[in-house]
Structures are given as structure tokens and as C-alpha cells.
Ligand binder design. Structure first.
Ligand SMILES: *Cc1c(COP(=O)(O)O)cnc(C)c1O
Length: 380
């Protein structure tokens, strides 16, 4: 048998993210049967700790579907947008567009409201659009990973509800890295995943489903099987998954959530992410020609975006900086591909991302920013 020559890179991208050694080792816990009593020993605490981390109680039912964040998002539109209804997909970047595509490709009557890269949702523009289209459902991105912008979830949900529509939220890159206060958020369903701010491998799409969403889904037809949240909810209430789970990931998730809730502490975890955002802000302020991209007040606690000086090219970032950092043992994020291509074509300044989600520590970040700075200073 051949030996792998895989490089042990420290991931500073925005998902998948760095995995702690003890979380890796939890993959070695015993495999189990998902319809056996052993299943309960994993998923009962997983579900309880998921709620603690989201800031909710039994007002939201956590469901785990084999797949990824997109699977949960797709389930939300399949299950919650009825035939004949309009869904308005609000986009502040690539992942807002993804929600639109998931709705449109499933044959839903979908409309995309797009804001420019780097902007948060403009409430006045959104309100006008809701008045014009009268959507039954509105989707938006809590934390736009392509631009580093965090929308004010509570305020946006409030506006959507003011007009009688149902808010569906994509929180794929922020759950586990910030206080969602889900019980007071107004979200009807909140979708997320394991491989970003939770610091786990990919494998489950996660949904937090409100009672209201459950009632609506019961009336929506053509939900498919794996995208039918009512089917997931039936199993979830027995601490089970609809289909065979990834048992290795379940063991890791059991370990990681217990560690986060009972050892690290959720408040400490959230504070660590805010501290790291501040570190990148300070670092960017001290770098000639660079500045933060996302507007103050809407900057993500899990991914920071930094504007490069005019003239820096995609090729320089991807081939020069990224490859130089690989030599140092890091996987650098040269910016969201489609975003930087569009910015370059428009003659605008490019954006790099610093992913500091999951279990990245301030010490790790200090070391990384030091190395990144050396390479960025070489750009002429
Ligand atoms: C990564 C990401 C997604 C897609 O999630 P997958 O787990 O890759 O399916 C959706 N939305 C946001 C905000 C993301 O960061």
C-alpha cells in the first residue's frame, strides 16, 4: 500500500475549517447502529447542545440531514414554499445567490433581490421589494461568507414578518461562532452545517425548525423525501436521523458539542471570535494600502475580508501569495473566486478573506497574519 503525501496544512479558509486533534481523535469512538439504543447516546446530547449553542429551547427542533448546508437550505425551500407562492431571495453575495438558485431550480416562483458586494441588506430597498412582490417566503444570508458581511438577523426577520412573510435564514458560516439568540430571532427555519464555525468535518446539513414552519410544511406538496422537513422532524423527535447518518461524524459532533458547551463555554467561544475580528481590523489598519472591506457594524465574527491596494491581481493572490503560504504550511484564502473575478473585470480592488472560524485561536491567527503580511508586502 502506498503512503499518502498529503500536506498537513493549517486551514485559514472559510470552510472546511481547521479541526482540533481531539476532535479528529473522536472519530475513533465506536461505530453504532442508527436505530439502536446506542444512537440515543450520541444524538440526545448532540441535540440538546445544539440548542444551547443556538440560544433556543424546544421552540426549535434541530434536524440533521446527511449532506451539507445546501441540503438543509434546499429542504427549507422545498418544504416551505407552496405552489403558486412567491419566494424572495435576498442576496448580498454568492451565498444569497445560492439560496435563489436552490429555489429556482426546484421550480419555485423565485425572485432575486441583489445588493452590491460588501453591502449589508438595505432595509428600505427590501421593504419596497416586499411591498411590490408580496412574497409568502423571504430567504436571506445571516453571514455572507463571500464578502464577510453579517446581516442583522433580528431586524431583517422583523421587517419580513411585518409584511406577513416567512423568513428563512442561511446561517451556514456563523452557527457556532456567534450568539444567534435564535429564540428571539424571528427565523422560521435556520439552516447551517458542520464544517464551518462548528469546527467539524462536513457531512450534516443542520436545520432549526420552528413550530410555525412545521405546520406550514404539512400543507406544502411535492417536498420530495430527503428534502421533506416533516419526515426529518418525525425522526428527530426520537433523536434519530431520517437516513443513515455518518456515524463517524456523529461521534465527533457528540464530542465537539460537549467540549464547546461544557468545557470551552459558549460565551467564551463567541468572545474569542469577536476578539479575532478585532485582531484582523487592527492588522489591516496597520498595513499600507489595505483596509477592511465589510462596513463597520456589519463585519463578520467568523470571516474577515480585506481590500487590497489597487493594481493587485487575481493571479498575484492565487499563484503568488497563496502558494508562498502553502510552503509555510498554511492554506490561504485569496478571496471568493467569482467575486474577485467580477471585481477585477470591473477594475475594482480585490478582496482577500481571513477565515477565523471554528477552533482557530488568537495565537494561531497572530502567527498566520504575520506570515500573510510578509507575502502581501511583496506585492508591488
Ligand atoms: C458554505 C456556505 C454555504 C454552502 O454550504 P455547503 O455546506 O457547502 O453546502 C451556504 N451558505 C453559506 C453562507 C456558506 O458559507
Amino acid at each position: 500500500m502506498s503512503k499518502p503525501n498529503f500536506a498537513p496544512l493549517k486551514l485559514f479558509i472559510t470552510g472546511p475549517t481547521y479541526i482540533r486533534q481531539d476532535v479528529k481523535e473522536a472519530a475513533l469512538l465506536p461505530e453504532f447502529g442508527h436505530r439502536d439504543t446506542e444512537n440515543d447516546l450520541r444524538f440526545a446530547p448532540i441535540r440538546e447542545n445544539m440548542r444551547k449553542l443556538a440560544g433556543c429551547g424546544d421552540d426549535y427542533e434541530p434536524i440533521l440531514c446527511l449532506g451539507s448546508g445546501s441540503t438543509a437550505m434546499e429542504a427549507s425551500v422545498r418544504s416551505l414554499v407552496a405552489d403558486g407562492e412567491t419566494v424572495l431571495n435576498v442576496s448580498v453575495g454568492a451565498f444569497g445567490d445560492l439560496y435563489y438558485n436552490l429555489a429556482a431550480h426546484n421550480g419555485k416562483k423565485a425572485e432575486n433581490l441583489k445588493f452590491d458586494y460588501g453591502q449589508a441588506i438595505d432595509m428600505n430597498v427590501l421593504e419596497d421589494k416586499i411591498k411590490e412582490l408580496k412574497p409568502a417566503v423571504v430567504t436571506f444570508t445571516h453571514n455572507e461568507t463571500s464578502t464577510g458581511v453579517t446581516n442583522d438577523m433580528k431586524a431583517v426577520c422583523e421587517l419580513i414578518r411585518k409584511h406577513g412573510a416567512m423568513p428563512l435564514v442561511d446561517g451556514v458560516s456563523i452557527y457556532g461562532g456567534a450568539d444567534l439568540d435564535l429564540s428571539n430571532s424571528g427565523a422560521a427555519m435556520y439552516s447551517t452545517a458542520t464544517q464551518k464555525a462548528l469546527g467539524l468535518p462536513a457531512g450534516f446539513g443542520i436545520g432549526f425548525v420552528s413550530k410555525e414552519a412545521e405546520e406550514k410544511a404539512a400543507k406544502v406538496t411535492n417536498k420530495g423525501h430527503h428534502h421533506d422537513i416533516t419526515k426529518h422532524l418525525g425522526r428527530a423527535r426520537k433523536n434519530q436521523t431520517l437516513t443513515t447518518p455518518n456515524c463517524t461524524l456523529a461521534n465527533q459532533m457528540w464530542f465537539q458539542l460537549d467540549r464547546i458547551v461544557n468545557e470551552e463555554g459558549v460565551e467564551n467561544r463567541f468572545a474569542r471570535h469577536i476578539e479575532m475580528r478585532g485582531m484582523v481590523e487592527d492588522w489591516a489598519a496597520g498595513l499600507d494600502g489595505f483596509e477592511m472591506f465589510a462596513p463597520e457594524g456589519f463585519r463578520s465574527p467568523t470571516v474577515s475580508t480585506v481590500l487590497c491596494p489597487a493594481g493587485v491581481t487575481v493571479a498575484q493572490l492565487k499563484k503568488g501569495v497563496k502558494e508562498a503560504l502553502r510552503e509555510e504550511g498554511y492554506l490561504m484564502d485569496p478571496g471568493y473566486g467569482k467575486l474577485n473575478t467580477a471585481l477585477e473585470e470591473a477594475g475594482r480592488r480585490l478582496v482577500i478573506r481571513v477565515g477565523h472560524m471554528g477552533d482557530i485561536t488568537p495565537d494561531m491567527l497572530t502567527e498566520y497574519l504575520g506570515k500573510l503580511e510578509v507575502e502581501l508586502k511583496k506585492l508591488g
